[in-house]
Design a protein around this ligand. Structure first.
Ligand SMILES: [Fe+2]
Ligand SMILES: [Fe+2]
Length: 297
């Protein structure tokens, strides 16, 4: 089954094409690149930074914390370029199976065009921020063309989009944050809302139609894959570059960052519970991987 046989997804696609016509942003005119990307302000809210609250963080001066935030922002944007590249590969593969007369064909092309602009925007920030080109080193392949693989692919898209949406919303509203970072966050929130809407509509409609073997594949692999994809936001090269000993391990075990992960994934995990991708038998696995809060007994 392909995206094109799903009536609710087709209807939503037509609505999202219309919404895209009403508002599509150009990062090269809607972001003020004349403002230097310097260390006059934090680049992400300090509370979401992976080292926030640790002894390493407390030992930094304010200036060092701000510099560190510029590097983490570049790492998140480098990971975002990787995610968007993976997303475009998934969507391009789906597009060859969808008739051009189906509204989702047009919408998915719009989504790819959005991601092209976003990746150019993230790249522009990194080049102007003067950091190394952080980003995942592994190839950004996708999970294959089976129905289960397709569900997993769109779940991963949604996981990344919901997590970044959480961070972006905090960033765009926070007056402590550098204006360019806030403008980028706002642009991304506005355009990603459409992508989230498509992924949720498609998954909600497609998931109940797949066969038992594909369902099992998704149930058994979703938590691990979501955990590994979100983990790509941390880049060991950043800690090496800044000379922070054990930085990666300290970030991974930081209770404050673990809370941020759970909060940032809450919209995804609530959606997965609603549609049954997280069921009673698999919830503990999501908990053990630190992706949902432990249930209080
Ligand atoms: Fe994007
Ligand atoms: Fe997106």
């Amino acid at each position: 089954m392909t995206v094109s046989t799903l009536p609710r997804t087709a209807l939503r696609s037509a609505q999202l094409v219309a919404a895209s016509e009403r508002m599509t942003l150009d990062p090269f005119t809607d972001v003020d690149w004349a403002t230097p990307i310097d260390d006059s302000a934090f680049h992400l809210p300090p509370e979401v930074l992976p080292l926030f609250g640790t002894t390493v963080w407390q030992a930094m001066t304010l200036d060092q914390q701000i510099t560190y935030s510029r590097h983490e922002t570049a790492a998140v944007f480098g990971a975002s370029i990787w995610f968007e590249n993976a997303l475009m590969q998934i969507v391009l593969r789906d597009l060859v199976t969808i008739p051009v007369t189906d509204p989702s064909h047009r919408y998915l092309l719009v989504e790819i065009a959005d991601e092209c602009r976003h990746s150019m925007m993230f790249g522009e920030y990194i080049r102007r921020a003067g950091t190394p080109a952080y980003g995942p080193k592994r190839a950004s392949g996708s999970s294959g063309g089976t129905d289960g693989g397709r569900v997993l692919s769109y779940l991963l898209i949604l996981a990344v989009e919901e997590f970044l949406d959480y961070v972006n919303r905090l960033t765009m509203r926070d007056e402590r944050i550098h204006p360019v970072s806030r403008q980028i966050a706002k642009l991304h929130v506005l355009e990603e809302a459409r992508h989230v809407s498509f992924a949720k509509t498609f998954l909600g409609e497609f998931w109940p139609t797949i066969d038992a073997a594909d369902r099992q594949l998704v149930l058994d692999n979703a938590a691990e894959l979501v955990g590994s994809i979100v983990h790509l936001n941390l880049d060991p090269a950043l800690y090496e570059h800044l000379g922070i000993d054990n930085g990666m391990a300290i970030a991974e075990s930081n209770p404050a960052y673990r809370k941020t992960l759970i909060a940032g994934l809450a919209k995804l995990t609530t959606f997965c519970e609603d549609i049954g991708v997280i069921d009673g038998a698999h919830r503990l696995h999501w908990e053990l991987l630190g992706l949902v809060a432990q249930r209080t007994v």
